[in-house]
Design a binder for this molecule. Structure first.
Ligand code: PMP
Length: 428
């Protein structure tokens, strides 16, 4: 056992009080006591490179966010039943980053709550119940949202009103067809099947980065026909930007923009408050106003002064530090490095991704493309052994998921690639 005594003891006590549902990452788990930028520091002062956590988007313990939240905490925290100017300022600023049609904001505390509200509004507006998601999607933890989160597995059954489609993986397209036709055809089929079972469509929900499906960011342009089908069936399109949003994909603040389509509802979370619980739902008013007039939605903590202070500070940093540009530049270097390191490997099917979100698909061989979960796990644990943090995604848990804080710098890219090259030398 290499684990330091204090860590072993914490893990033992943890199991006692938290039970078996609480998993830890890595064969050799780790505990952090501080962080800065894309770096985390353990109790013994060792520096780790964080290439996995998207919540601290502008960096761990960013001083501007710390100051804004601390000042607000020391002043007052009130809820949305009081007229709060900072909340209005924040809502205006955030909405200004969306197309004009998406002009109403509701606040919540987690991505799950955002998707739960989005689906309530979608059901209310359309009068339908049918839901379409991708085959291995994750959208959250509430009863409703887990019923359309197939990645939760067998213990968490899908609703009878839920239909699954493939993520936009060009390798699944039949010869002679196109990705756009493939996606449209699947959505059409799902709508027909729902209707045969007595369900009218409420919504298609897609994660704009297809994170748990294994990360599929390109090619773009296949969504136009999909959204046409959804609208023709009376449903709405919900873009889940909990992972893709806030400049993660580099060329836009919002992942759906890359597709050139307009969602009816957009859900936001994770990086929105840089770690302070803050999430949101953005609506086209035609979709949400009737709900707002008829249903009382008051969420105690959502939109209160402290999370709003965090959210506004995140927007400040995104603007002032020109984060998007950095994401583009460092992302390009990261991707080029990943491709160079893996291109000869018989165990790497593909490098996918854009901005600061990358997938390296680990397979048994390039012909069968069978997932190799064990090799992926070994790679992840080898990286962790060298103090670089990543994890996995996809149905086969075989897709390395590289998703650092957006504060990832040029030297972080260099350190990441040097470490990855060492590990690949042995495993790939
Ligand atoms: N949607 C997506 C795409 C997510 O990745 C997640 C969280 N992993 C959620 C929704 C749920 O967010 P939360 O954990 O904040 O409830």
């Amino acid at each position: 056992e290499k684990l330091p005594g204090h860590l072993r003891e914490t893990i033992q006590r943890r199991t006692e009080v938290l039970g078996p549902g609480y998993m830890l990452m890595y064969k050799e788990p780790v505990e952090f006591v501080s962080g800065h930028g894309a770096h985390l520091v353990d109790r013994d002062g060792n520096d780790y490179l964080d290439a996995y956590n998207n919540v601290p988007c502008v960096g761990h313990a960013h001083p501007h966010v710390v100051k804004a939240v601390s000042c607000q905490l020391a002043a007052v925290n009130t809820n949305t039943r009081y007229a709060q100017q900072p909340l209005v300022d924040y809502a205006e600023r955030l909405l200004a980053t969306f197309p004009d049609e998406l002009s109403k904001l509701s606040l919540a505390c987690s991505g799950s709550e955002a998707n739960d509200l989005a689906m309530r509004v979608a059901r209310f507006h359309t009068g339908g119940e049918g839901i379409i998601v991708t085959r291995w999607a994750y959208h959250g933890i509430t009863r409703e949202v887990s019923s359309f989160s197939p990645s939760l597995g067998k213990g968490s059954p899908l609703g009878p009103n839920v239909r699954l489609i493939d993520p936009p993986d060009p390798r699944l397209v039949a010869p002679g067809s196109t990705l756009a036709d493939h996606m449209r055809h699947q959505v059409r089929g799902a709508i027909d099947d729902l209707e045969r079972h007595g369900y009218r469509l409420a919504a298609l929900v897609t994660d704009s980065a297809y994170s748990s499906d294994g990360i599929f960011t390109d090619p773009v342009g296949y969504m136009t026909g999909v959204v046409e089908e959804v609208h023709a069936a009376g449903g709405v399109y919900i873009a889940d930007e909990v992972q893709a949003g806030f400049a993660r994909l580099g060329d836009s603040m919002w992942g759906f923009r890359r597709q050139g389509v307009l969602p009816d509802i957009v859900t936001l979370g994770k990086p929105m408050g840089n770690g302070v619980p803050l999430s949101g739902v953005v609506f086209r008013p035609e979709v949400s106003d009737e709900f707002g007039r008829n249903v009382r939605y008051f969420n105690t903590f959502a939109g209160s002064s402290i999370p709003v202070a965090a959210g506004a500070a995140v927007l400040d940093v995104l603007e002032e530090e020109d984060v998007q540009q950095r994401v583009l530049e460092n992302g390009k270097a990261l991707r080029a490095g990943l491709e160079a390191i893996t291109q000869q490997s018989p165990y790497v099917a593909e490098v996918r991704g854009t901005g600061l979100y990358y997938a390296v698909e680990i397979v048994q061989d390039r012909e069968s493309l069978e997932p190799d979960r064990t090799r992926a796990e070994d790679l992840i644990n080898d990286m962790r052994g060298r103090r670089v943090l990543i994890s996995a995604s996809g149905k086969g848990a075989n897709v390395l998921k590289i998703r650092p804080p957006l504060a990832f710098s040029e030297s972080d890219v260099t350190r990441f690639l040097e470490t990855f090259a060492e590990v690949a030398e042995v495993r790939l």
